[in-house]
Ligand binder design. Structure first.
Ligand code: NAD
Ligand code: ZN
Ligand code: ZN
Length: 346
């Protein structure tokens, strides 16, 4: 089959590899769509041996069931499915309490195995998936639904984990209105009476944010936090979602969070979080504010995103590319030219 394989640092190839063969508990999907996440760019560029190579990339995948192992029950040929990206152990202390996105089977600072970042992913014609990591898609279009697996689930999880501060009248600041952020704005817009402030360096993305439910926009710059304070009576945002994670945005997040507020760091842009423990000195962390790093989402979060899409409450802006043109799609994402999410179609 044709597949997008990362062979080494910055060595991404579209070439033929053997078709995967499902084991007894696996389903074989004929891939319908595979989204390109900014994390795929980070991984493709990384010199560090954090992940197995060569690896077929792609952790945002939908498809149709075309084969399955002898022990698989509950799936039929032709069913549409989306792949949950946290291939968790199901047995560790985190999995048992329902935090399957925080599975600790591979260590304290590792992440649960994810297809495309260890096991082969879905930027290919076929993908082998353990049946327990599949969620039914129902009638949803499988191509435009692929980004539900990450671009929707990851912000959904961060927002769910901020519900204690997202009360009516609260302000949410969304930093980075790309793949994740443009869905994050729509998920926040489903909450009652939450004011949404969108922040990006790209004027077009801010315009898009307004059409998706944002109430105010702030252009990314060193004074961005001051602008957020102006918009919030000097106190800051009750919830801050950083979907970029570089040094500029982490500083903005620290300077813009309200006392008692919540900062959710999802972006993996290599930034550090510059905060002093004492609120009144240096870049003081406001009293009572929470800081959380947010990874992926639980299977339940993915199911909730599928429901929101089925109800028409979130719509992903998708730009499709033929699988054969994957390298062009990666280049466009790197140049900042993709609106919403790029999805590869085999
Ligand atoms: P994307 O390329 O689609 O979007 C990035 C957006 O950030 C763009 O709109 C860009 O204009 C904006 N941006 C860039 N620099 C900025 C700055 N200094 N200030 C404000 N806005 C800025 O990326 P994506 O796929 O949405 O991913 C975003 C980040 O989240 C990446 O670092 C990715 O690796 C990470 N990620 C994390 C998880 C997780 O589980 N924690 C999951 C998926 C993606
Ligand atoms: Zn991702
Ligand atoms: Zn586990």
């Amino acid at each position: 089959m044709k597949a997008v394989q990362l062979v080494g640092p910055r060595d991404l190839r579209v070439h033929e590899i053997p078709d995967p063969v499902p084991g007894p508990r696996d389903v074989l999907l004929k891939v319908a769509g595979a989204g390109i996440c900014h994390s795929d760019l980070h991984v493709a560029h990384s010199e560090q041996p954090l992940f197995r190579r060569p690896v077929v990339l792609g952790h945002e995948v939908t498809g149709h069931v075309v084969d399955m192992g002898s022990e698989v029950a509950g799936w039929s040929l032709g069913d549409r499915a989306i792949v949950h990206l946290c291939w968790s152990c199901g047995e560790c202390v985190a999995c048992r309490r329902g935090d399957d996105n925080l599975c600790v089977a591979t260590g304290r600072r590792a992440q649960p195995p994810a297809p495309g970042l260890g096991p082969d992913g879905g930027m290919a014609e076929f993908m082998k998936v353990p049946a327990r990591f599949l969620v039914p898609l129902g009638d949803l279009d499988p191509v435009t639904s692929a980004p539900l697996a990450d671009a929707a689930m990851t912000p959904y999880h961060a927002i769910e984990q901020s519900r204690s501060v997202l009360k009516p009248g609260a302000t949410a600041l969304v930093i980075g209105i790309g793949g994740l952020g443009h869905v994050g704005v729509q998920i926040l817009a489903t909450l009652p009476d939450v004011r949404i402030v969108a922040l990006d360096v790209d004027e077009l993305r801010l315009k898009t944010a307004l059409t998706l439910g944002a109430h105010d926009t702030v252009r990314g710059c060193p004074d961005a936090a001051a602008r957020v304070l102006e918009l919030t009576g000097g106190l800051g945002a009750d919830a801050v979602f950083d979907f970029v994670g570089n040094d500029a945005t982490t500083a903005t997040a620290v300077d813009a969070v309200a006392p008692g507020g919540m900062c959710q760091f999802s972006g993996l842009g290599g930034g550090s979080i510059p905060a002093s423990a004492e609120a009144r000195t240096g870049r003081g962390w406001p009293w009572g504010a929470w800081l959380r790093s947010s990874y992926g989402g639980t299977r339940t979060d993915l199911e909730a995103c599928v429901r929101l899409a089925q109800e028409g409450r979130i719509t992903i802006e998708v730009e499709t590319f033929p699988l054969a043109d994957a390298l062009d799609a990666f280049r466009e994402l790197e140049r900042g030219n993709v609106r919403g999410r790029a999805v590869l179609v085999p």
